[in-house]
Design a protein. Structure first.
Length: 377
């Protein structure tokens, strides 16, 4: 039997109101499209949801990663939802639909994609994380904690099947290069890169050779699409998703969600131009309101049985995460007091892909050269 693939493909095809939420009619059309595909056996199972204004398609199948038919199904679903969004004049209708025609692979066309392919184990739990109002690098800190920090993941210390550590595939999204590095051996080198989260992003995490889980089967995958590279201008943030597999040689489910008890600072928020804390929320609260935020992360837990999705459990729907939520609005208050000042507003080099250069351009001719003025004196 072919291996199982989980594909999480997401797009902002129109917000409601503004960039807050996804209208129920868009979810309805997505469910209709995917249930037709399930009947035709293109996919085995699916779950449709949203995080903030991003429509999320979670699908299982046996066609492998980068399958043309799965990507086309997602693309056609987003195009159908966009048509409804346009009819209702939803905000930014078709925001992430950046190309006119499907070209065989949805990568580079606007939507975000995370896919993992694996031999289904005796029991196979996994978590789908979805973030709104931030960028792929927002996953660097939690992924590092899950797979490399013994103060987060007890299994790294006490479970012989995790003790060897994990392998990180890091992408340099500026230079379009990747590097594979081992933890714990190269921990400090990994951190030297991934601390610069707007440039270096963790794309996948793999088990080490000799692990209980095959070394070629990714334990985690993060969407790393950058919209401004495709659109050539600011159209919205690259609100990322991640799939993390758990247990039996991989971090336990509780270790996988533990990093989100700390609402770390991420970039995004209002106009994709501000640093702010990421708030772990349940489905009901996966709506970005205050200052179009603060950025949010949602976590759905599933088991998989011959490709059927069992679940989800809404993992942050739990008072155990109230502390992180309280901290995140306290930090949000503190950051907001800075108004247009850095480091609340992103540094100038990150603002290059926002609307700020448009303001700077008109001031350009009014600048006088200080050295020339000095010489004249
Ligand atoms: P596994 O090794 O079966 O994943 O068990 C670990 C565990 O569940 C501890 O919480
Ligand atoms: P989204 O990327 O979620 O559409 O948000 C864009 C924005 O500019 C919010 O202020
Ligand atoms: Mg939007
Ligand atoms: Mg969004």
């Amino acid at each position: 039997m072919a291996k199982i693939t989980i594909s999480v493909i997401k797009a902002d095809v129109g917000g409601f109101p503004g960039h807050v939420d996804v209208h129920p009619r868009l979810m309805e059309i997505a469910r209709k499209r995917l249930s037709e595909a399930k009947k035709k056996k293109t996919i085995i199972d699916f779950y449709v949801t949203h995080c903030g204004d991003d429509l999320q398609l979670i699908m299982t199948h046996r066609k492998g990663v980068d399958s043309q038919s799965i990507h086309k199904l997602a693309w056609d679903t987003f195009v159908a939802a966009t048509a409804i969004a346009k009819e209702m004049k939803l905000y930014g209708a078709g925001q992430d639909i950046l190309k006119d025609a499907f070209s065989g692979n949805i990568r580079g066309m606007g939507p975000g994609i995370a896919e993992v392919e694996f031999e289904e184990r005796k029991s196979d739990p996994f978590v789908v994380f979805m973030m709104d109002k931030t960028e792929p690098g927002a996953f660097n800190l939690p992924m590092y904690k899950i797979f490399a920090d013994p103060f987060n993941t007890a299994g790294l210390v006490i479970d012989p099947t995790c003790h060897a550590g994990f392998r990180f595939e890091v992408w340099d999204i500026l230079e379009h290069k990747k590097i594979v590095m081992d933890a714990p051996e190269e921990t400090y080198d990994i951190l030297a890169m991934i601390g610069a989260k707007s440039r270096y992003v963790i794309k996948r995490v793999f088990p080490k050779p000799g692990s209980k889980v095959p070394e070629k089967e990714a334990a985690a995958c993060i969407s790393t699409e950058k919209l401004y590279e495709i659109a050539g201008e600011y159209v919205g943030k690259d609100d990322p998703v991640a799939i993390v597999r758990c247990q039996s040689g991989l971090p336990a489910l509780g270790e996988v969600i533990e990093p989100f008890t700390f609402p770390h600072l991420v970039s995004g928020w209002m106009r994709g131009s501000h640093n702010g804390p990421i708030m772990p929320v349940d489905q009901k609260h996966a709506r970005c309101t205050r200052f179009d935020g603060p950025p949010r992360v949602m976590a759905l837990g599933f088991q998989i049985a011959d490709g059927d999705l069992i679940g989800p459990v809404d993992l942050f729907d739990d008072p155990a995460f109230d502390g992180a939520r309280t901290k995140s609005w306290e930090v949000a208050d503190y950051m907001r007091r800075h108004g247009p000042f850095e480091p609340h507003r992103l540094p100038m080099e990150d603002m290059e892909y926002t609307t700020l250069p448009g303001v700077m351009k008109k001031l350009h001719d009014r600048f006088e050269d200080l050295d020339k003025i000095e010489q004249k004196k």
